[in-house]
Design a protein around this ligand. Structure first.
Ligand code: HEM
Length: 427
């Protein structure tokens, strides 16, 4: 078999399957062969070019004209006719948001909607995150054992995301089911049978999002980013379009919290597995911001993102025909020895850790990155103070949702001896 540029498909390329366990368990390790032997390869199972080295991934992110983000939210597994019909029945109309918008519309829109992300405005959320962290920890601090995802890391970022957006609490359980469906629908490879149920949940998610939007538009003087977006829509309806608001309302409900919940769970999983690093931040909490950045590099919550070539071009010396789709594997780029020295080490003193590509790069780089970082920092600060002696429950298997892009353990079990809690030992 040949790739679309005429080259033969390699054995590694033919075997690449991001929907099987090994990719999710250790995405960078899974692609080590590619970084070394075939850094840009054709994946017949995906119909994508897979880009694995740091410089190549960054170069593609950098040029969002030649490499359009329009495919970022496309279903990576095409809908069967039945699925298309179900979605249509719900009036599902996911189109352009921000992350998949082309220029010049993208920048015009991003400029109008950027104020809510200014650092001085984000500072307002920190006391709330800290208060919630303390309150949630109070519930389990004397138990000696907890699944941190279920007890804390899922709900607090959700709570903060809803506050930031100005959205009323729709119930964490329902949103969790919706977010899983959205992830599998967009980035997963469900069987035709599984797709039916997923489509049903995605359709319901769409309708809940539209109801929330309609309620907010009826009283558009509220506080939060989606209220600000509604007001900008009234001032600039051609830039912040009605279709944008509808698509964004659903997309951001998942993006603003799943990413942060997963990144937090990944960070604790990483630091508790690399016990020396955990002990270092316990001994010196000033290292926590470095730890946050290094964990985003080593175990980011978005591990791959998509672009489409708008003209014939080359990436890493490989001919890429116009219209080709590319899977940029940030998790692999973040372990590229050409950019990060000893990438397998969790190094809290790494000087260029911040150059990881977990938030993307260039014109579309994540707008919410500092909200994510702040929450991760606050959670770590509270844990090293109140539960420095936690350990991972041994022998647990981490489970991940099979998909190309969103990564975080479904559960994270930790244990400790409550008699040793610092607040009991020195109250
Ligand atoms: C875009 C990751 C948290 C809002 C992105 C992109 C990535 C990403 C990979 C695409 C970048 C690109 O195409 O170059 C993450 C991660 C997060 C996180 C890993 C947490 C650790 C958040 C939060 C919010 C948010 C909390 C909102 C409250 C956005 C928006 C965009 C975006 C609006 C679109 C930006 C644009 O296209 O101009 N994010 N994100 N993200 N993210 Fe995040």
């Amino acid at each position: 078999a040949a790739a679309p540029n005429g080259c033969p498909v390699s054995a590694g390329g033919a075997a690449f399957n991001p929907f099987e366990g090994a990719y999710m368990q250790a995405p960078a390790e899974y692609l080590r062969w590619a970084r070394e032997q075939e850094p840009v390869f054709w994946s017949p199972q995906l119909g994508y070019w897979v880009v694995t080295r740091y410089e190549d991934v960054k170069a593609v992110f950098r040029d969002n004209i030649l490499f359009s983000p329009s495919v970022a939210l496309e279903k990576i597994t095409p809908a069967t006719p039945e699925v298309a019909q179900i979605l249509e029945g719900y009036g599902y109309a996911m189109r352009r948001t921000m992350v998949n918008e082309d220029e010049p519309d993208h920048m015009a829109r991003r400029r109008l909607l950027t104020d809510a992300f200014l650092p001085e405005r984000l500072m307002d959320y920190e006391p709330t995150v800290r208060a919630l962290a303390r309150q949630y920890m109070d519930r389990f601090i004397d138990q000696g054992r907890a699944d941190l995802v279920a007890e804390m890391f899922y709900e607090i970022p959700l709570n903060i995301a809803l506050k930031f957006l100005g959205v009323p609490d729709e119930g964490a359980e329902q949103l969790r089911q919706f977010a899983v469906a959205h992830t599998l629908n967009t980035w997963g490879r469900p069987t035709p049978q599984e797709q039916l149920e997923i489509a049903d949940n995605v359709g319901k998610f769409w309708q809940v999002a539209q109801k929330i939007l309609a309620d907010m538009m009826a009283q558009p003087d509220g506080e939060g980013w989606m209220y600000e977006s509604i007001r900008q829509h009234h001032r600039h309806p051609d830039i912040v379009t009605a279709s944008y608001l509808q698509s964004m309302m659903m997309a951001i409900l998942a993006a603003a919290h799943e990413t942060t919940s997963n990144a937090t769970a990944n960070a604790f999983m990483t630091l508790l597995t690399h016990r020396k690093a955990w002990e270092s931040i316990c001994a010196n909490p000033a290292l926590i911001p470095n730890a946050v950045e290094e964990c985003l590099r080593v175990a980011g919550s978005i591990i791959a993102w998509r672009r489409m070539a708008t003209a014939d071009t080359t990436v890493g010396g490989v001919a890429i025909p116009q219209g080709s789709k590319l899977l940029l594997v940030q998790a692999s780029a973040n372990f590229d020895t050409r950019h990060f020295e000893n990438p397998d080490e969790v190094d809290l003193y790494r000087e260029n850790a911040v150059e990881h590509l977990t938030f993307g790069y260039g014109a579309h780089q994540c707008m919410g990155k500092n909200i994510g970082r702040m929450q991760m920092r606050v959670f770590l600060e509270e844990f090293v103070r109140r539960l420095p002696h936690i350990h991972l429950v041994e022998g647990q298997q981490f489970e991940f949702l099979p998909n190309t892009s969103f990564r975080g353990p479904a559960q994270l079990w930790v244990q400790w001896d409550p008699a040793q809690n610092p607040e009991r030992v020195r109250p």
